[in-house]
Design a protein around this ligand. Structure first.
Ligand SMILES: NC(=O)c1ccc[n+]([C@@H]2O[C@H](COP(=O)([O-])OP(=O)(O)OC[C@H]3O[C@@H](n4cnc5c(N)ncnc54)[C@H](O)[C@@H]3O)[C@@H](O)[C@H]2O)c1
Length: 354
């Protein structure tokens, strides 16, 4: 597709995935042109079609889609040759914590090679703005419950997946601070992204047994699984279950829009900024279940089982930096997250596979 108008053109790697698809819609809605590169390793043509139909309906605009591997330098170069890219949002990578323990090489190779190849290509084409999909997993300090950006990043995270995020942040920070590529990086450290687009037409489509709480709950609610396992109710929290900071994926998409805008419109940015993206408020597992009971209109069956190794009792974000630098605060509630996640799951019991 040829460039229309004067708006900036953003490359979204992994744009056919859960967070990338919602970010694509937000950016198109804000008037940006979007180029998606995705190899569909965790997505599908059906997902791309659904995102495209929704984009057209909601924004009157379309993105350009390239199916291919971000780690393939020759392929990526053709994408940069055909499109004058102004900034990049890098989502492409593997994210399943459990699988990363069983297959660490798969995670180190894909997550690091995509980032390195992207950096090489950006250097070649003089593209300097980089928004990175990082994670709260880069922090780990059992001594505190609410994390700000000055919390020391761990050397080794609690899984190989998490460690790839730590290493990618180091790579990005070192290169940006060296001045070599004139790179400006905003690394968004997501807390717990949940929910789905309010239309119920796109959402999270995990393969196999979901790693995360809310897709598991919706799969129980839709009858695909018998019950939810609650890992421990004897933590030092008010109801004994673990507390996490959940953020609606639509709010998260807005944070990416604000980060890109900052990269494109602000002079004298620091070379590298890590910014927490969460709501600042924590909900316990039992509180999340109660929100879904309400959204679904029936009780979600669960069983309390023993604690999982490595789970912290409470883990939430301090959000002042996001507010100050990006003007970002979350708008959607835990009730919205449950309602939208359930709307998506009930309309699409098998995700995009049906
Ligand atoms: N969802 C979360 O809970 C969460 C939390 C923190 C950070 N993140 C990070 O955010 C990013 C997006 O997460 P998501 O939940 O949307 O995941 P997702 O799996 O839905 O999306 C990632 C997309 O990247 C694509 N991809 C993977 N490797 C690729 C490659 N080599 N070349 C091209 N495309 C490739 C996949 O096909 C998929 O569409 C990931 O980097 C993830 O680690 C996610």
């Amino acid at each position: 597709m040829e460039c229309e108008g004067n708006m900036s053109r953003i490359l979204i790697t992994g744009g056919a995935g859960f967070i990338g698809s919602h970010t694509t819609l937000t950016l198109l809605g804000a008037g940006y042109d979007v180029i998606i590169v995705d190899n569909l390793s965790n997505s599908s043509h059906k997902a791309v079609d659904a995102i495209g139909a929704l984009a057209l309906r909601e924004t009157g605009k379309q993105f350009t889609f390239y199916e291919g591997d971000v780690a393939d330098g020759a392929f990526l170069r053709t994408v940069f040759e055909k499109n004058k890219i102004d900034a990049v949002i890098h989502f492409a990578g593997f994210k399943a914590v459990g699988e990363s323990v069983a297959k660490p090489a798969k995670y180190y190779v894909n997550n690091l090679l995509t980032t390195l190849t992207l950096l090489n290509t950006m250097k070649e084409f003089g593209v300097t703005g980089f928004v990175f999909s990082s994670s709260a997993t880069v922090y780990s300090d059992p001594g505190i419950t609410q994390y700000d950006e000055s919390t020391t990043r761990v050397g080794r995270a609690s899984s190989p997946y998490g460690t790839t995020k730590v290493i990618q942040e180091w790579i990005l920070e070192d290169i940006a601070k060296s001045g070599d590529l004139l790179l400006k990086v905003i690394s968004l450290r997501y807390f717990n992204p949940v929910g789905a687009h309010s239309s119920g037409e796109i959402g999270e489509s995990p393969q196999g047994i979901p790693n995360n709480l809310t897709p598991f709950i919706t799969q129980v609610a839709v009858g695909k699984r018998d019950f939810l396992s609650v890992f421990g109710d004897d933590y030092p929290t008010p109801d004994g279950t673990c507390i996490r900071d959940y953020i609606h994926v639509t709010d998260l998409a807005e944070a990416h829009y604000l980060a890109v805008k900052r990269l494109l419109e602000t002079n004298d940015l620091p070379e590298f900024d890590g910014i927490n993206i969460g709501s600042g408020k924590g909900y316990s597992v039992f509180e999340v279940i109660a929100a879904f009971d309400k959204a679904v209109g029936k009780k979600i069956p669960y069983k309390v089982v023993s604690r999982r190794d490595g789970d912290l009792a409470e883990f939430t974000a301090k959000t002042e930096k996001a507010q100050k630098l990006l003007g970002f605060t979350t708008k959607l509630t835990i009730g919205d997250m449950a309602k939208d996640a359930w709307n998506w799951q009930s309309k699409h019991p098998n995700g995009f596979d049906e």
